[in-house]
Design a protein around this ligand. Structure first.
Ligand SMILES: C[S@@+](CC[C@H](N)C(=O)[O-])C[C@H]1O[C@@H](n2cnc3c(N)ncnc32)[C@H](O)[C@@H]1O
Length: 368
């Protein structure tokens, strides 16, 4: 018998949860091996990504009618059914019947009974973290740092599938990343270092300005990605905390730092369940080291651009506080236009402002 979207989705959900597989890597691989038509592939993707994002909300929907713990495959079948009923607003006869069919045989009666009750009973959410389906720490951190209303709008839009933006050269890259590259304002002939560059999305845009770009990354395995995305670029495998360059030799340095990624949760459905609450503080320490080293590479009058695809202050304002204290010779450059909003001396881009990824960006110029 050929595989169905729901059967494939259930396998994927189990592997994402049990084996820690990355949804955006696992699913294309699983789909490649099936003969599913495009429409069914798209439906499978919707089921897997959606149920993974809304895992906490789906658990709440079904837990109202459960009195005991379930084995993971049964729980995932229930989540899958609840997702179709509640978030895809599918008719119960299709959503319940076909989900029951892919559930483990001994549990089919239970899955049928619980999903029917989910279909019949309106939900009263206990709190926003459950309704929006995020870990508590992400919701409380963003509520405190961007405000309740903006946090909820941002978290809601990150439950939707991302828009795909293709550049004129065919490279697929979110607009927010393109705006970060533009904010560097690299000029023809300038020496520009992009020291956390893989896979090379921003480096390719920098090179297109006619600047002389050096792209580095600490992971040798990822250097190959820069090479294939930007043939002809000077690349180097190096730790940006100890960059192998002479002091003062660059006009501009970009540190597009490793971060908690809370601004890109729409494209990585399982990421919210992976990142731990300690990550922003931990990454903040690394980010401070990276920007400190970058300052030393700038010629007088040179510009540092620091960016992260996240929204926590530990990785934004706190990094700037460190720079302000340690390098008073570094002064902010003009403010960025909307949809960026000023945040301390830098700028923040909230996902719901323009339907992009979320970012924090800081531009500082070294006194000439
Ligand atoms: C946000 S990604 C960069 C995305 C890239 N700028 C683009 O636009 O395609 C961060 C990168 O930093 C690299 N990285 C992490 N720690 C680093 C370090 N200490 N030095 C240099 N690169 C590092 C990671 O391997 C990862 O490729």
């Amino acid at each position: 018998m050929s595989v169905t979207p729901r059967a494939l989705a259930l396998d994927a959900l189990e592997r994402i949860e049990r084996d820690g597989a990355y949804a955006n890597l696992l699913l294309p691989e699983l789909l490649r091996r099936t003969g599913l038509a495009t429409r069914d592939r798209n439906f499978t993707t919707e089921l897997v990504y959606g149920t993974t994002r809304m895992r906490r909300a789906c658990d709440f929907l079904v837990d109202r009618f459960l009195t005991r713990d379930l084995e993971p495959r049964v729980r995932n079948a229930l989540r899958l059914g609840a997702y179709q009923l509640h978030f895809l607003a599918m008719k119960p006869h299709a959503a319940v019947g076909e989900t029951v069919e892919v559930a483990p045989k001994p549990a089919r009666g239970l899955v049928n009974a619980v999903l029917r009750r989910v279909a019949e009973h309106p939900v009263v959410w206990p709190d926003e973290a459950t309704r929006l389906s995020y870990p508590d720490w992400i919701v409380t951190t963003l509520e405190a740092e961007v405000g309740r209303e903006a946090a909820h709008a941002t978290l809601a839009i990150m439950n939707e599938a991302p828009t795909v933006t293709e550049r004129a050269d065919g490279y697929v890259q979110d607009l927010a990343s393109q705006w970060v590259a533009a904010a560097i304002e690299a000029q023809e002939g300038e020496a520009v270092a992009d020291l956390c560059a893989a896979p090379g999305g921003k480096a390719t845009l920098l090179a297109a300005t006619g600047a002389r770009v050096v792209a580095g990354d600490i992971r040798p395995g990822r250097i190959g990605l820069i090479r294939s995305n930007a043939p002809g670029l000077a690349v180097v495998a190096a730790d940006a905390a100890r960059p192998p360059f002479a002091p003062g030799c660059f006009d501009r340095v970009l540190i597009d730092a490793p971060c908690s990624g809370l601004g890109t949760l729409r494209r990585r459905p399982d990421a919210r369940w992976r990142v731990d609450a300690g990550a922003p503080e931990r990454l903040g320490l690394v980010q401070k080291q990276l920007v400190s080293a970058a300052v030393g590479l700038l010629r007088p009058g040179g510009t540092l651009v620091y960016s992260v695809c996240t929204l926590t202050d530990a990785e934004g304002l706190a990094v700037d506080d460190h720079l302000a204290r340690a390098y008073p010779e570094m002064k902010p450059v003009e403010a960025l236009p909307a949809p960026w909003e000023a945040h301390g001396r830098g700028a923040r881009l909230l996902p719901h402002a323009a339907g992009t990824d979320g970012m924090y960006l800081l531009r500082l110029r070294r006194r000439a």
